[in-house]
Design a protein around this ligand. Sequence first.
Ligand SMILES: Cc1cc2nc3c(=O)[nH]c(=O)nc-3n(C[C@H](O)[C@H](O)[C@H](O)COP(=O)(O)OP(=O)(O)OC[C@H]3O[C@@H](n4cnc5c(N)ncnc54)[C@H](O)[C@@H]3O)c2cc1C
Length: 224
Amino acid sequence: MWITNGTVADVAIVWAQTDDGIRGFVVPTDTPGFSAREIHKKLSLRASVTAELVLDNVRLPASAMLPGVRGLKGPLACLNEARFGIAFGTLGAARDCLHTALTYAIDREQFDRPIAGYQMTQQKLADMTLELGKGMLLALHLGRLKDQHAITPEQVSLGKLNNAREALAIARECRSILGGNGITLEYPIIRHMNNLESVFTYEGTNEMHTLIIGQALTGLPAFR
Ligand SMILES: Cc1cc2nc3c(=O)[nH]c(=O)nc-3n(C[C@H](O)[C@H](O)[C@H](O)COP(=O)(O)OP(=O)(O)OC[C@H]3O[C@@H](n4cnc5c(N)ncnc54)[C@H](O)[C@@H]3O)c2cc1C
């Protein structure tokens, strides 16, 4: 379920349990038995299609199997790369939200003063600026570790969890600064907010990254 571009792709990379452990397969999407069904009514990440893939008695030549990758290491290595990118991408969305809210708050007047001049609005703007800055420093630090080939999957979890969570919180807070205007697509905030809901869930849910960090700290897996 939930495979991005599943109905438009020419090949699918499928990781499957075999007698030889988990192996990767390159599956041409015109293989008999392969079908993809688009998931409709999404209110998040609407710019890309998302699909359910069905493999019914699909038969492949041995050459379709990815060589030299056994076990969860292959898929997890792919995910580690994508999750690292998400630690940055979420901040771009948060930055756009904050910029929009700040500009709006300076323009919008209530009782003859910009709403940016009220202490509660300034509290929101200051707190969000702090979280955005902390997220950027975290992402930058992880990038430097990656350059040194010293980054661990648990550190990537810290970045994905924190930056997706805080970007979503920033988007929600920014939306409140725009009042009613915050819920329209005239402004980018609600679009970022809805998209960040998917980012909160994919590439390892918020809960899974929490458990990865919990395991790293305690040595105790709490996944089941
Ligand atoms: C728009 C979109 C695009 C996507 N694109 C792709 C893609 O291209 N490729 C791909 O492989 N996947 C993709 N995904 C899938 C995404 O990774 C999954 O949706 C995600 O991993 C959650 O799985 P699930 O939806 O089955 O939720 P579930 O596993 O049913 O989880 C539901 C909730 O229960 C929690 N939960 C589940 N198990 C536990 C547990 N043991 N302990 C504590 N909490 C638990 C989860 O954290 C979550 O909060 C996409 C998802 C979306 C929404």
